[in-house]
Every structure is written in C-alpha cells, then in structure tokens.
Design a protein around this ligand. Structure first.
Ligand code: NDP
Length: 223
C-alpha cells in the first residue's frame, strides 16, 4: 500500500488530498493543528498528528511519529495569505511578515530536510504547494505583495534543494485558484478538481522533473 504524508490537512486543499488518497487506498498520515481536526481526520481513516509548522519542536514530531516510514508522496500544503489588501504602497508590518514567511517559507525549509530522506527511501515525490502568484515571470501587479514574495522564496527553496536529494522528485505546484477559505467563493476551481489534477501531474512526474514548477493542469509555470 503506498504511503503519503500531507502537512496542513485540516481544511481546503490539504484535507482534499487526504480524502482523495484514502479513496485510492493509500495509507495517509496527515498533520493538523487542533483536536477537532485531528478527530475529523481519524474518523475518515487517516493517521493524524498535531503539527504547527511555525514551531520547530512541533515539526520535529513528524520525525518521531514516522520514524522508519518510506513515503511515496509528501505534500507541504500549509500556508497563509496574510493581509488581504496589502500592496507595494505600504510595507508589511513585522508581525505580518513573520507570520506569512514563517508558515510559507521557514516551515517548508524546516520540513524539507526532515521529510526528503523518507521520500528518498521510497523513490517518491515531495511536493510544495506554491502559487502562480510566486512566479516572477508572470507577475504584473503588486496585489498580495507579501504573499507573492513568500511563494517566490518557497519556489527558490524547492528548486535549490532538488539536487541535494537525487532519489526524490521535488516539485513546486500551483493548485490554480481554488474555492477554499483562502481562495474565496468566487474562485473558479472546485477543490476536488484542483487536487485530482495535481495528483495526475504528480503521478506522471519522474526524477528528471525534480526541481520544476507546474500547475494543476500540468502546465509548466515559469519561475
Ligand atoms: P486554507 O486557508 O483553506 O487552508 C490553509 C491550511 O494551512 C489549513 O489547513 C491551515 O491549518 C494550514 N496552516 C496554516 N498555518 C499553519 C501552521 N502554522 N501550521 C500548520 N498548518 C497551518 O487554504 P487553501 O487550502 O486554499 O491553501 C492551501 C495551500 O495552497 C496554501 O499553501 C496556499 O498558499 C496554496 N494556494 C491556494 C490557492 C487557492 O486559490 N486556494 C491558490 C494558490 C496557492 P488551520 O486550519 O489549523 O489554520
């Protein structure tokens, strides 16, 4: 039975990864931050553990809980958007900067060396949910300034780590604009469609694709 780890699975895209992988018969480990989400995931058959990606000792719990487990797939989904209307006309506050960069960048950079060896053990895929808003090449506005900066930094973290883990396929992935708490009700994509698309792209990806950036439809997103 293939084994997956989903980091940030309480709701939205992360929870849908858990749901679809369980439906395919995978053994799914999933992290959440609170007891209600822990119970909800256990009720549907996931092996849930509590992790706050902004707390180093909490992230380290992944290593203890999954000691010796080889992961066919690990997905770092946890992320925050930050201030809704913040743009280049005003710099982010120190508090907003810390919150967004910690969850989106430092959390991912801390999880990576913890999880990548487990993924290498299975010759699997290690995916970081980024955003098209982190593409420097496709940026034509300052809307969501801090979030864009964080996802561009995440992209560099993934790309620059790929050569250090030659037996794992490291991918940055944009889920599209998805109807979740973050994406809002006006987003065009249902979460089911986004995750099904990403899983198709992930399944098709091999070691030669490590260090690349794709969206849920398989399009290569320019850095
Ligand atoms: P949601 O806001 O619905 O969910 C965010 C998830 O991240 C929740 O599970 C949340 O847990 C978790 N999370 C946030 N901070 C932490 C933390 N410190 N530790 C652990 N978990 C944390 O967002 P989406 O599902 O829409 O987004 C998921 C990912 O996809 C994000 O990285 C986002 O940037 C990215 N993305 C989303 C798009 C969209 O249109 N929706 C577009 C492009 C990218 P909790 O419930 O405990 O807060």
């Amino acid at each position: 039975m293939p084994v997956a780890l989903i980091i940030g699975a309480s709701r939205g895209i992360g929870r849908e990864y858990v749901r679809q992988l369980l439906a395919r018969g995978w053994d799914v480990h999933a992290t959440v931050r609170d007891d209600a989400a822990l119970s909800a995931l256990r009720a549907i058959g996931a092996k849930a553990l509590k992790v706050d990606v902004t707390r180093a000792e909490s992230l380290a719990g992944i290593g203890w809980e999954l000691d010796g487990v080889a992961l066919d797939l690990a997905v770092y989904v946890a992320g925050v958007y930050g201030p809704q209307h913040q743009g280049p006309m005003s710099p982010p506050s120190q508090a907003d900067f810390d919150t967004v960069m910690h969850a989106n960048v430092l959390g991912a950079m801390s999880a990576l060396p913890l999880v990548a060896p487990m993924v290498e053990a299975a010759g699997g895929r290690l995916v970081f949910i980024s955003s098209g808003m982190g593409s420097i090449a496709e940026t034509d506005s300052g809307y969501g300034w801090l979030y864009r900066v964080s996802k561009a930094a995440l992209n560099m973290a993934v790309k620059s780590a790929a050569s250090s883990y030659p037996k794992a396929t490291l991918l940055a992935m944009c889920p599209g604009w998805v109807r979740t708490d973050m994406g809002g009700e006006g987003a065009p994509l249902a979460v089911e469609e986004s995750v099904a698309g990403m899983l198709k792209v992930i399944e098709a990806a091999g070691l030669e694709d490590s260090g690349s950036f794709h969206d849920y439809s398989g399009r290569t997103v320019p850095w």
